[in-house]
Design a protein around this ligand. Structure first.
Ligand code: HEC
Length: 211
């Protein structure tokens, strides 16, 4: 009788655990999470580039500086109001200390920077936690484009305006010396589950892949 009880309890514990695990995995689908990250980064990136190019044509590099230092965090903030979701830019050489990478971001940035620079943007992801992905991290490389060289390229080629503006706000600026195609940094997304599921649903809508 005692034996039967022990078996019953053990069985209950095992099945209980299995059920819990299945339930946790159900909360998360890496394909859709990655697709949502790609879509949002695409929107962030084109919003930023558009503002940067408009500012450079309208008001020159002096005006454009405020796009990289003011608009970028603002655009990031507007995306960060999505439940279970946050996005920011990080770099190994930061002009602004706010963009210092954490351990995971640092290792991915180092990897991106060590690879050939004539390749398209790379991406990488990581699941934090043991069996349950309650935090999903996604990073997408930011490449140095032609327009970026105005303020992140060879300082000897900077306009007088850019030199003065940078010297004023960033006296020990390390974020220069980049060449076309170099890794300038990365967009870094953290998703917290299960809250992020509603954001994925909202972003992907019809495009969501069913399991
Ligand atoms: C008009 C000058 C200017 C141009 C052009 C420019 N940036 Fe920046 N960038 C800045 C400034 C200034 C900062 C520092 C922002 C701050 O203080 O928040 C910065 C910061 C950054 C950061 C955050 C990491 C850091 O160094 O602090 C990244 C990433 C970045 N820029 C990428 C780019 C890319 C990619 C392009 C081209 C698409 C670009 N920038 C074009 C001026 C510029």
């Amino acid at each position: 009788m005692k034996k039967a009880l022990i078996i019953a309890i053990t069985l209950f514990l095992i099945t209980g655990c299995v059920e819990k695990r299945v339930e946790k995995q159900d909360q998360f689908d890496s394909k859709n999470a990655a697709a949502a990250c790609e879509k949002l980064i695409g929107q962030f990136q084109s919003a930023l580039k558009k503002e940067l190019v408009t500012a450079l044509t309208d008001g020159g590099a002096g005006k454009a500086i405020s796009v990289c230092n003011l608009s970028a965090p603002l655009i990031a903030d507007s995306f960060s109001t999505l439940p279970g979701f946050s996005i920011r830019r990080v770099s190994l050489k930061q002009r602004n200390q706010q963009f210092v990478p954490d351990k995971f971001e640092d290792s991915i940035l180092t990897l991106f920077a060590s690879l050939e620079n004539d390749q398209p943007q790379r991406a990488d992801s990581y699941i934090e936690g043991d069996e349950s992905p309650n935090r999903y991290r996604y990073m997408k490389e930011i490449k140095t484009g032609q327009v970026c060289l105005n303020c992140h390229g060879d300082p000897d080629k900077f306009s007088k305006e850019v030199k003065e503006a940078l010297a004023l706000d960033y006296p020990d600026d390390p974020a220069v010396g980049y060449k076309l195609g170099d890794s300038r940094g990365a967009f870094s997304i953290t998703m917290v589950f299960p809250e992020a599921n509603q954001t994925i649903e909202k972003i992907l809508g019809q495009e969501k892949v069913e399991k």
